[in-house]
Design a binder for this molecule. Structure first.
Ligand SMILES: C[S@@+](CC[C@H](N)C(=O)[O-])C[C@H]1O[C@@H](n2cnc3c(N)ncnc32)[C@H](O)[C@@H]1O
Length: 266
């Protein structure tokens, strides 16, 4: 099961290796594009419009592998109208599923302190409060309005990363409840897999990786509570396949921060 089908790159590799794949995505555009790309695999490929939190209930039988490549896809980032990127001017949207509350509506609904919390906790931005106050004052409706507002308050001064990067990350995580969704997937994992099955998750920032690392260690009895004989109080359900996770030597800026962690149900 590929929980983050996107435009089907990873699913294609799995199908070429001989697997049957259920490809899940919450974005209808991704399902459509990947289904066209993977049509040659016939009924070995099953597309499923769902989220991490709804898909475990929909798969029925346990599977041999659960895979997730977290975050947004390049086509989502590169399509101006999706409103994920400050490189283009577009409505401030950021919804992967194309339904529910947009980023502009979220800014309008939240009070200053809740908005600051989003920017601090999800964007890890240390100017969260002044940014939140300015956003509530100006209520930006487009990516450019938001990027310019932040740039006025925190000029670039030759820095490589745009000052609005963290603000955009925080809003995107909140709009899509990305950490809540990841927690739901991590909670369901043991029941989704057959014995000997593996979960492989690629994360792109420490907020996600921390959740994956903690859950995989807990499921493997690493660092968990021990009894007087040194045995884990809760028997482990599996093992860590790469205890430290794997990183890439690829210097593609979109892959650079990736970390892959793998857990096996035993
Ligand atoms: C980084 S991309 C995956 C790219 C894919 N591996 C490929 O080869 O094209 C992440 C995808 O996961 C989807 N996604 C993210 N969070 C999701 C969730 N909670 N439920 C379902 N799909 C999600 C996004 O819509 C996006 O298409």
């Amino acid at each position: 099961m590929d929980c983050t089908l996107g435009w089907g790159g990873h699913s294609e590799a799995l199908l070429e290796a001989g697997a049957s794949v259920i490809g899940v995505d919450r974005d209808p555009d991704a399902l459509e594009a990947a289904s066209a790309r993977l049509v040659r695999f016939g009924d070995r490929f099953t597309p499923l419009l769902a989220t991490f939190s709804t898909s475990p209930r929909l798969i029925g039988e346990p599977v041999d592998g659960v895979f997730a490549d977290l975050g947004v896809s390049s086509p989502q980032l590169d399509r101006p109208e999706r409103g994920f990127s400050f490189r283009f001017d577009a409505p401030l949207d950021m919804r992967m599923s194309q339904e529910g509350e947009t980023a502009a509506e979220l800014i309008e609904r939240l009070g200053v302190s809740d908005l600051a919390r989003v920017l601090r906790n999800y964007g890890e931005d240390n100017r969260a409060l002044p940014f939140a106050k300015a956003m509530k004052r100006e209520l930006p409706k487009t990516t450019r309005q938001l990027a310019e507002l932040i740039e006025r308050m925190a000029p670039r001064k030759g820095k490589k990363t745009h000052p609005a990067t963290k603000v955009f990350q925080g809003l995107r995580i909140a709009v899509n409840d990305e950490l809540g969704e990841l927690e739901a997937l991590l909670a369901a994992l043991p029941d989704m897999l057959v014995v000997g099955g593996r979960a492989a998750i690629i994360s792109f920032h420490s907020l996600e990786d921390r959740l994956v690392k903690r859950r995989f260690r807990e499921l493997s009895g690493v660092g968990t509570e021990r009894d007087a004989y040194g045995h884990p109080v809760t028997p482990p359900l599996g093992r860590l396949v790469h205890p430290k996770g794997l990183t890439t030597s690829d210097d593609n800026p979109r892959a650079r921060s990736a970390r892959l962690r793998v857990w096996e149900k035993t």
